[in-house]
Design a protein around this ligand. Structure first.
Ligand SMILES: Nc1nc2c(ncn2[C@@H]2O[C@H](COP(=O)(O)OP(=O)(O)OP(=O)(O)O)[C@@H](O)[C@H]2O)c(=O)[nH]1
Length: 600
C-alpha cells in the first residue's frame, strides 16, 4: 500500500486508564470485530491466543478505516507493554510508530506512567494526540485533566479529544484525528530492506513468531533474511497480519507492520530492537538504538525437593525460549543445594516468571531475596561484577563498590508528600526536583539506589500514600557506596542463601529488624533456635525462637471450632513451602524477610 494511506500508532496510558477498552472500541468501529466478538476484551485475551494456535499477545492489529475524505486508510495499532520493567520494549514498539494516542483518565488525571510513556513517545519523535477518557463518569474533570497534560507532560491539550471508551461517545473522532493529524510513514520501498523487530515470541505450534515494521524495502514470503546484530541468515516461511484474526499475506512493504515465521528456532536469535535485512542486497546500517537488554534484578531459585532440580532446569530452558530478557545460570548453595541464579528486568518480571514456573510447570520453589549487580574494584585494580552475595569478595580486597542507581518520578497529592519524603530519605534517595504540577499535585524526582527499590519500596510507597502515588523509574548509572555483606546465622551457622548486601550505615538497623522479622516467620521447633545477623565476624543482632512448649491448639480454649480450623489450615499452608536447613525448618517467607522489614 502507498505509505500515504498508512498510519502506525500506539496507545499509551497509565494502568487502568482505559487502553484496552479503547482498543476494542476502535476495532469495533472499523468493523474489524463485531460486537459479539468484542465480548471478551480481545487484546488481552490469553485463552483466545491458545485456541488459535497463534498468539495475539503482541497486539499489532491492522484495521481498515474509510475516512470522511472518502479514502480507505490502513491503520496499524501497535500495543505496548504497560509496565516499567519493560520500558525498552515499549520504546521499540514506539519506534515502529509515527504517532501515539495518550489516554488519560478524566477522573484521575496524569499519573507517573502517563508521563514516562509520553516522554518515551516524545523522545522517539512521535506525534501525540491527547485523549481524555471516562467522561461518562460523574467525577470526570475534563478541564483539570487538560491543565495537567499541559503542565506535566508539556503538550498542548486544547484539542484533546474527550471520549468515553466504554460507551463509545466521541471515539469516532479519534479515528479521524489519526488520519488527519498523525504523519504517514516515510520510507522507500525500493531501497535495501531494513525492518525493525519489535516483538517476538515462541509459539508451540509454529515456532518463533516475529513482529516487524518494515522501514525501507520489502519483505516477502520465501526470501532469505539476515539479522544484523548477529549476522545469522534464515528463510521466511510465512507472513501475515492480525486483523485481529491472523490473515496470510505475501509481502510487507515500507511503512507496513506484520508478523512472519522463519526458520528461527530460538527467540534469543530474534531480539527486540534488531534490524532485519536482505543478505542478497544488505542495508549498510542498522536501525538506531539496538541494545541487548540486561537483567537488573537477580535472585536464586531452588526447588524444595532436591530431586526436582532437573525439572526446574527444563522449565527454565522452556521459558527462556520465550523470553530473551530473562537469564539463568546454575549456582549452588550450602543451605539450599543446587539451584539457579536468575536475572530479571525488574520485580514484576521476576514475579511473572516465578508464577509461571509454579503454575505451568508445577514446581514448588524457594526464592532468595532479590538483589542487584554491583561493580567492585579490587585492591589489585581488577573490576568484577557481583550479583550473588555468596560471591562477595573479602572486604580487605575491595577498593571501591559501585551500585546501580535509578531516577524515580513520583506523582502524588500534596497531603502525602511528607510521608513520601521520609520514605525516600530512608531509602537513601537524593532529591533532584520538587514541582507542583497542578494545584495540589506534586511531582518528585529522586535518585535512588536500585537495591532499595527492589526490596520493598513499591509497597511502602503505596501504604504511605494510601495508593495515591504513582511511580516510574529508569536506570541512571552507578554511584559509589560503602556496601557490606550481612550474613544470617541460624543456630550459630551462617546460611549462605540468606546473606544480603546492605549499606554500611544502615546495616545495624537492617540487621536488627531482619532477625526480628525472621523470628516471627520461623515456626517454633522442638528446641531453641538462635537467629543472628553478622558482618564479618561481628554479630550485630540476635533473637531467639523459643522451643515449642505445648500444642498450638491448646491456645484456643476449647470451643471455637472455626478458629481451630483456621489455625490448622495456617499450619498446613506453612508446611507447604519449607526447607530444612540443618535441623531447622525454614519457610519461604523467611528467605524473603528482608522484603518485609519496613512493614512494622
Ligand atoms: N466508566 C468508564 N469506565 C471505563 C472507560 N474506559 C475504561 N473503563 C474501565 O476502566 C477499567 C480499566 O480499563 P482497561 O481498558 O482495562 O484499562 P487499561 O489501561 O487497558 O488497563 P491495563 O490493561 O491494566 O493497563 C475497566 O474496568 C474499564 O471497564 C470509560 O470510558 N468509562
Amino acid at each position: 500500500m502507498d505509505p500515504k494511506y498508512i498510519r502506525n500508532f500506539a496507545i499509551i496510558a497509565h494502568i487502568d486508564h482505559g487502553k484496552s477498552t479503547l482498543s476494542d472500541r476502535l476495532l469495533e468501529l472499523t468493523g474489524s470485530l463485531t460486537h459479539r466478538e468484542m465480548q471478551a476484551q480481545v487484546l488481552d485475551a490469553m485463552d483466545l491466543e491458545r485456541e488459535r494456535g497463534i498468539t495475539i499477545k503482541a497486539h499489532s492489529v491492522r484495521m481498515m478505516y474509510k475516512a470522511k475524505d472518502g479514502i480507505t486508510y490502513q491503520l496499524n495499532l501497535i500495543d505496548t507493554p504497560g509496565h516499567v520493567d519493560f520500558s525498552y520494549e515499549v520504546s521499540r514498539s514506539l519506534a515502529s510508530c509515527e504517532g501515539a494516542l495518550l489516554v488519560v483518565d478524566a477522573t484521575q488525571g496524569v499519573e507517573a506512567q502517563t508521563l514516562a510513556n509520553a516522554y518515551l513517545a516524545i523522545s522517539n519523535g512521535l506525534e501525540i494526540l491527547p485523549v481524555i477518557n471516562k467522561i461518562d463518569l460523574p467525577s470526570a474533570d475534563i478541564e483539570r485533566t487538560k491543565e495537567m497534560i499541559e503542565n506535566t507532560v508539556g503538550l498542548p491539550a486544547d484539542d484533546a479529544i474527550a471520549v468515553s471508551a466504554k460507551t463509545g461517545l466521541n471515539v469516532e473522532e479519534i479515528l479521524e484525528a489519526i488520519v488527519t493529524k498523525l504523519p504517514s510513514p516515510k520510507g522507500d520501498a525500493s531501497a535495501p530492506l531494513q525492518a525493525l523487530i519489535f516483538d517476538s515470541w515462541f509459539d508451540a505450534y509454529r515456532g518463533v513468531i516475529v513482529l516487524a515494521r518494515v522501514i525501507n524495502g520489502r519483505l516477502r514470503t520465501g526470501q532469505k533474511i539476515k539479522l544484523m546484530s548477529n549476522g545469522k541468515v534464515f528463510d521466511i516461511e510465512s507472513m501475515g497480519v492480525l486483523t485481529p484474526k491472523p490473515v496470510e499475506i505475501a509481502e510487507l512493504s515500507a511503512g507496513e507492520v506484520g508478523f512472519f515465521v522463519a526458520t528461527i528456532k530460538n527467540v534469543v536469535d530474534s531480539k527486540v530492537g534488531d534490524t532485519i535485512t536482505d543478505p542478497a542486497e544488505p542495508a549498510t546500517e542498522m536501525l538506531p538504538g539496538f541494545e541487548d537488554i540486561k537483567s537488573m534484578v537477580f535472585a536464586g531459585l531452588y526447588t524444595i525437593e532436591s530431586h526436582e532440580h532437573g525439572a526446574l532446569r527444563d522449565a527454565l530452558e522452556k521459558l527462556k525460549l520465550n523470553d530473551a530478557s530473562f537469564s539463568f545460570e546454575p549456582e549452588s548453595s550450602v543451605a539450599l543445594g543446587f539451584g539457579f541464579r536468575c536475572g530479571f528486568l525488574g520485580l514484576l518480571h521476576m514475579e511473572i516468571i516465578q508464577e509461571r514456573l509454579e503454575r505451568e510447570f508445577n514446581l514448588d520453589l524457594i526464592t532468595t531475596a532479590p538483589g542487584v549487580k554491583y561493580r567492585i574494584t579490587l585492591t589489585g585494580g581488577e573490576v568484577v561484577e557481583v550479583e550473588n552475595p555468596s560471591r562477595w569478595p573479602d572486604p580487605t580486597n575491595i577498593a571501591q563498590i559501585e551500585e546501580p542507581v535509578i531516577i524515580a518520578k513520583i506523582l502524588t497529592n500534596e497531603e502525602y508528600v511528607g510521608g513520601i519524603l521520609k520514605l525516600v530519605e530512608d531509602k537513601r534517595g537524593k532529591q533532584q526536583n520538587f514541582e507542583y504540577v497542578s494545584s495540589n499535585r506534586v511531582l518528585l524526582t529522586y535518585q535512588l539506589p536500585l537495591n532499595e527499590i527492589v526490596l520493598d519500596f513499591y509497597d511502602r510507597l503505596k501504604s504511605v500514600s494510601r495508593g495515591y502515588a504513582s511511580l516510574d523509574y529508569a536506570l541512571a548509572g552507578m554511584w559509589v557506596s560503602p556496601m557490606v555483606k550481612m550474613d544470617i546465622l541460624i543456630g550459630g551457622d551462617p546460611v549462605d542463601a540468606l546473606s544480603v548486601i546492605v549499606h554500611r550505615d544502615f546495616a545495624f538497623e537492617r540487621g536488627k529488624s531482619l532477625v526480628h522479622k525472621m523470628r516471627e516467620l520461623i515456626p517454633r521447633q522442638m528446641f531453641e533456635v538462635a537467629l543472628q545477623a553478622a558482618i564479618g565476624a561481628k554479630i550485630i543482632a540476635r533473637e531467639t525462637v523459643s522451643a515449642i512448649r505445648k500444642d498450638v491448639i491448646a491456645k484456643c480454649y476449647g470451643g471455637d471450632i472455626s478458629r481451630k480450623k483456621k489455625l490448622l489450615n495456617k499450619q498446613k499452608e506453612g508446611k507447604k513451602r519449607m526447607k530444612r536447613i540443618g535441623k531447622v525448618d525454614i519457610p519461604q517467607e523467611a528467605f524473603l524477610a528482608v522484603l518485609k522489614v519496613g512493614e512494622d
